[in-house]
Design a protein around this ligand. Structure first.
Ligand code: ADP
Ligand code: NI
Length: 221
């Protein structure tokens, strides 16, 4: 198989694996990350084979849907092995997958390759803007979280454990993650796209809080 056929075969596999997701991690999320990563990759002149494999496989072992405690991307590695890829390609892709996820506002990013920076930016771009808003509430619903709870406030998590175990409302998630992503982009191309998507979230949150306030007719105490 040539590289093109390997990418197509991986896309077919992932499309089938993610076909019935309703948490915002459906095939179309993976597809957008793949295409966005390819767009940034062309600008950055990175290795498009590694970028595409990592983009396609990036959520297959996600901690949000798997019990794997140590974050090793077992399923992705097995898939790559089944394609008989050389070990340096497999290791480069798995290194990216292990590091791609957001782990809390105060937790240091460990991504260490240009290809990884690109995939991480593409994934983060899909978490912000109008799509990001839709995905956040889809994920909140999937996790039985309230849209908004006036009695809880955002936490800037300092460890992955805290972030992982948080059960707070989806509006808090904007302050705990989504609004911080614009300044965490690795590449200039992603930063440009993020600026505009960030503004969409700011407008949305302003309108949301205005409507919340207007719905509150209780007399002042
Ligand atoms: P990451 O691996 O960086 O979390 P994903 O591709 O898995 O990236 O996407 C995470 C998606 O899940 C985002 O769209 C985000 O809004 C949503 N999400 C994650 N945690 C929460 C949460 N606590 N509340 C609402 N949405 C969440
Ligand atoms: Ni993702």
């Amino acid at each position: 198989m040539n590289q093109r056929e390997i990418i197509q075969k991986t896309a077919d596999y992932i499309k089938q694996e993610f076909s019935d997701d309703s948490s915002g991690h459906d095939w179309r999320h993976i597809y957008r990350v793949w295409q966005t990563a390819l767009y940034i990759c062309n600008i950055e002149k990175a290795d498009a084979f590694i970028v595409q494999l990592a983009a396609l496989l990036h959520d297959l072992d996600d901690w949000k849907f798997n019990d794997s405690e140590d974050g090793t991307p077992l399923r992705a590695r097995n898939w790559l092995k089944s394609l008989n890829l050389d070990s340096s390609t497999i290791d480069a892709v798995c290194r990216i997958i292990e590091r791609v996820s957001y782990k809390g506002a105060g937790v240091e990013d460990k991504m260490d390759s240009l290809e990884g920076f690109i995939v991480q930016d593409a994934d983060r771009l899909d978490a912000i803007g109008a799509i990001g808003i839709a995905r956040a509430f889809a994920y909140g619903g999937y996790k039985n979280r309230p849209l908004y709870d006036p009695d809880s406030s955002p936490q800037l998590h300092q460890t992955f454990e805290q972030y992982k175990n948080s059960k707070s409302d989806t509006i808090n998630h904007f302050h705990e993650k989504l609004l911080l992503l614009k300044d965490k982009m690795n590449t200039a191309a992603a930063r440009r796209i993020a600026e505009q998507r960030h503004e969409v979230m700011i407008q949305f949150l302003k309108q949301f809080m205005d409507e919340i306030r207007n719905a509150d007719f209780s007399p002042p105490t």
